[in-house]
Ligand binder design. Structure first.
Ligand SMILES: Nc1ncnc2c1ncn2[C@@H]1O[C@H](COP(=O)(O)OP(=O)(O)OP(=O)(O)O)[C@@H](O)[C@H]1O
Length: 373
C-alpha cells in the first residue's frame, strides 16, 4: 500500500480514550477502550449488545451517565460527581459514515464532497480541487458531476467515504458501512476503504456484524456482549484464540469453556488436551478451541490413540454446514461438527443418536480465559 506524503494528508487521526457508562430502559452499558492515532478498532457483537449506543455516545448524540471521552487530549464528554463536560456533536471533529449514504440529492458528487471543506471556510477553488482528488482516490474519477440519483448504491457509498475523509475527522465512526449494499460490490469497496483509511492516517471505530470487516479493516477488535466488552486485542489474536462463544462463532470454531486442571481443560465429562499458547492457571476458567471439521464422529468409541479428546453425547440437531456438507450439533459441551452427508448416511444419524466425539490434541488449542491485556 502506498502511503501519501505527509504534507498532502497531514495524518488526520487522533487518539481516543473512552470510559462510558449508560443505563436506559434496563440496558446497562459499561465499557472502556482506546483507539491509537491512525488505528482502526472493530466493535463486533450480537444484536442489542450496545454497539450503536457506543457510537452515539462517541458522536455526542447521547450523554454518558458517567465516564469520560478524550480525543487527542481534549475532553469531549465527562460526567462525574466533580465535573460535567459535553462538547456538541458538530464540534467534536468526529465523522460518521452509516450504512445509507446521506448525500445532498440536489448537489453533484463533487459538490457533496466539497461541502464540508467549504463549510469549514476553505476557498471554493481549493475545496473543489480537494474534492476532485478525493473522488479520484475512491475510484469515481469520471462521475464527479453526477447527482446521487444517477449513481449506484456502491458509487453513492464511495462518495460518502470521500466526503467523510475530505473533512479530515480526528475520528471516523463507521456504522455497518456495507450492510445495505449489493454483496458483489462490497469486497472492492472494503479494500478501497482500508487503503484510504491507512493513507490518510484516519483513526476509526467500525461497528459490524461481519467478521470480514474486522479482518480487513481493523488493527484491533473489541467484542461487545450485553453492554460489556468481553474480549479485546489485535484482530488476529482475538479470532485465533476466541474468549467468548460469540467470538468463536464469528471465527467459525468451537469454544468449550471449562476449568484448567493439570494443564488440561475439564468441561463436565469431557477433557481436552492440546497446545496452550499461554500457561493455564490451575483451577481457573480456560477454553479448548477446535475447528468443526476436526471433530471425528463415530458410533463406537474410537480406538485410535492419537485421538486424545474423546467424549460421548447425543446429536441435538442436523443442519446444512455453511461450507457445504452437514453440521451436527451437540449439547454437552455445546459444540458442532462438520461432516460429509455420506458420513451421516453411513452412521445412520438422526437427532437423538448417541455417538462418540473425538478431536486430536494436535488440532486443539487451549487458552486461559483471563482478560486479554
Ligand atoms: N432509543 C432507545 N431508547 C431506549 N433503549 C434503547 C434505544 N435504542 C436502543 N436501545 C436499547 O439499548 C440496547 C443496545 O442497543 P444498540 O442498538 O446499541 O445495540 P447494537 O449492538 O447496536 O444492536 P444491533 O446490532 O441490533 O444494531 C438494546 O437493549 C436496545 O433495546
Amino acid at each position: 500500500m502506498t502511503r501519501e506524503p505527509a504534507a498532502s494528508t497531514a495524518a488526520a487521526g487522533g487518539a481516543l480514550d473512552a470510559r462510558l457508562r449508560l443505563v436506559r430502559d434496563g440496558f446497562d452499558l459499561e465499557v472502556a477502550f482506546a483507539v491509537g492515532a491512525g488505528e482502526v478498532l472493530a466493535l463486533l457483537g450480537p444484536n442489542g449488545a450496545g454497539k450503536s449506543t457506543v457510537l452515539a455516545l462517541l458522536a455526542g448524540v447521547l450523554r454518558p451517565a458517567a465516564g469520560r471521552i478524550e480525543l487527542d487530549g481534549r475532553t469531549l464528554a465527562e460526567a462525574s460527581d466533580r465535573s460535567s463536560t459535553f462538547v456538541r456533536p458538530e464540534r467534536r471533529r468526529i465523522g460518521l459514515l452509516g450504512q445509507d449514504p446521506t448525500l445532498f440529492p440536489h448537489l453533484t458528487a463533487l459538490e457533496n464532497v466539497a461541502f464540508g471543506p467549504r463549510a469549514a471556510g476553505m476557498p471554493r477553488r481549493d475545496a473543489t480541487a480537494l474534492a476532485a482528488s478525493w473522488l479520484a482516490r475512491v475510484g469515481l474519477d469520471g462521475l464527479a458531476h453526477r447527482r446521487p440519483a444517477e449513481l449506484s448504491g456502491g458509487q453513492r457509498q464511495r462518495v460518502a467515504i470521500a466526503r467523510a475523509l475530505a473533512a479530515r475527522p480526528a475520528l471516523l465512526l463507521l456504522d455497518e458501512p456495507f450492510a445495505s449494499l449489493d454483496v458483489e460490490v462490497v469486497p472492492e469497496l472494503r479494500w478501497m476503504l482500508r487503503e484510504q483509511l491507512a493513507a490518510s492516517g484516519t483513526s476509526a471505530v467500525v461497528v459490524s456484524h461481519d467478521v470480514i470487516d474486522a479482518v480487513v479493516l481493523a488493527d484491533r477488535t473489541a467484542v461487545l456482549e450485553r453492554g460489556r466488552i468481553v474480549d479485546t486485542g489485535p484482530t488476529r489474536e482475538v479470532l485465533a484464540a476466541p474468549r467468548s462463544p460469540f467470538t468463536a462463532a464469528l471465527a467459525g470454531v468451537n469454544l468449550v469453556v471449562g476449568a484448567a486442571a493439570d494443564g488440561i481443560v475439564v468441561a463436565g465429562e469431557a477433557t481436552f488436551t492440546g497446545d496452550a499458547a499461554e500457561p493455564l492457571v490451575e483451577g481457573a476458567s480456560a477454553a479448548a478451541v477446535f475447528r468443526p471439521s476436526s471433530v471425528v464422529v463415530a458410533t463406537r468409541r474410537p480406538e485410535r490413540t492419537s485421538l486424545r479428546n474423546v467424549w460421548h453425547d447425543r446429536v441435538t440437531a442436523i443442519e446444512p454446514s455453511p461450507g457445504g456438507g452437514v453440521r451436527l450439533r451437540f449439547g454437552a459441551p455445546p459444540v458442532h461438527a462438520d461432516v460429509t452427508a455420506a458420513a451421516v448416511a453411513e452412521l445412520e444419524l438422526a437427532p437423538g443418536s448417541e455417538v462418540w466425539l473425538a478431536v486430536k490434541a494436535a488440532e486443539t488449542s487451549l487458552h486461559p480465559l483471563a482478560p486479554r491485556r
